[in-house]
Design a protein around this ligand. Sequence first.
Ligand code: ATP
Length: 503
Amino acid sequence: QDDQFKKVISHAKEYGYVFQSSEIYDGLSAVYDYAQNGVELKNNIRDYWWKAMVQLNDNIVGLDAAIFMHPTTWKASGHIDAFNDPLIDNKDSKKRYRADVLIEDYCAKIETKINKEIAKAEKRFGDAFNKEEFISTNPRVVGYQEKINTILSRMGKSLENEDLADVKALIEELEIADPLTGSRNWTDVKQFNLMFGTKLGASIDTAMDLYLRPETAQGIFVNFLNVQKTGRMKIPFGIAQTGKAFRNEIVARQFIFRMREFEQMEMQFFIKPGTQKEWYEQWKKTRLKWHLSLGMGEENYRFHDHEKLAHYADAAADIEFKFPFGFKELEGIHSRTDFDLGQHEKFSNKKLQYFDHEDNQSYVPYVIETSIGLDRMFLAVFSNSLVEEELDNNTTRTVLKLPAVLAPNKAAILPLVKKDGLPDIAKKIVDDLKWDFNVVYDEKDAVGRRYRRQDANGTPFCITVDHDTLENNTVTIRHRDTMEQKRVKIEEVRNIIKKEVDV
Ligand code: ATP
């Protein structure tokens, strides 16, 4: 499992999907950049969601609200008072630390020890060294790994149960010391707000404290009436939005699963009070269907219905996906009642009510929210698609079996050789197809190697121009997953590809 995850991370880097942010400065923790292929995959996932939500639903419209919002928004939403993680002060040094980060750092130290053991063994065994086997069988390494898992899972549990005393007890048990002074004289663990703060305005006296939004939802709520009125929307209706959100996360160690700057795709569906149960069930079904439409295996999804509910919800469920590190939340579906609109009414002193002509009454609508992390969806798609296949001739090939609709490039156009006019024909095909979808031209290396490269890049089709092309205007079209090749007329290529990549 761990190895599969490592492969995912290194493949994402090697093939230009995801890079660590500011890598030349040794990176910034839990912040990532999307590279040439990653940005295309990410855009395609976003489009696929947007089409399903906005384009295909007459009663859902889009919005692009600003990241900065009036600070009272976050008072009203509850984020200032209840969006917290644990914090601890050192009495001697007067330094403040995140309790969970101290514990994480402790685990990172154990990880360094593991790496030292590996390096030592590698030196000793030379070419005969099998790293995977060593990691899974060496008693010292296995012990270290177990220790890390136990510590992190215990911390996770106490945070979930808001048992801060237990977090403190863990710090004491592990004899964790202040990283700067070595002192172990801690105060109690307190709550720490996850929002990033910043300032609006230059003057010290008048600068206003702002927050980078920790979710996109509030931009939708504060615009509810503007959109309803100008769009003449009738309940039930939805507002969809994609955009960046920021959280000063605690356990930020799972690649793009948990980032400090990430993107959400959220939809708030406004309904009549009393109908929330049906709509909640309906959206759970609709969202699961959307996931399944990508063909990534029904067995990789499951619902997790929440028993402990957030302060704003009367029902909540996660759609969990089987990531390389196990089933984890991918999307949340929440029945948020009239909490948010009601709070914004209270704090803004503005009515946020809907006049229902059928019932001849005004009310604050109830809300069903669907909220999915774009980066998390990226990781789900990417990790699920990366496979190593044994071939008949006893070799293996690495294939990124991305759903064709999401693949960064839909086809690679390859001249068999770099002469006899084949490159010119290939480039002409590129120029012709690029108006419809992303295609790439590749003439370097033997054609077999080029196929492998495109397989690993996730390109669903390879179009090869050879000497027959000169005679009869045909090319071969090779399918990434089946590796089957067919000879077709050049004019047919566009439609063959379109059939698979169009939604
Ligand atoms: P988690 O329990 O994993 O922290 P959450 O319950 O706080 O997530 P929500 O506030 O419901 O998450 O956010 C909705 C979605 O946004 C999540 O389902 C997830 O896909 C995504 N998301 C939340 N936090 C992050 C993050 N730090 N990095 C990437 N995606 C995130």
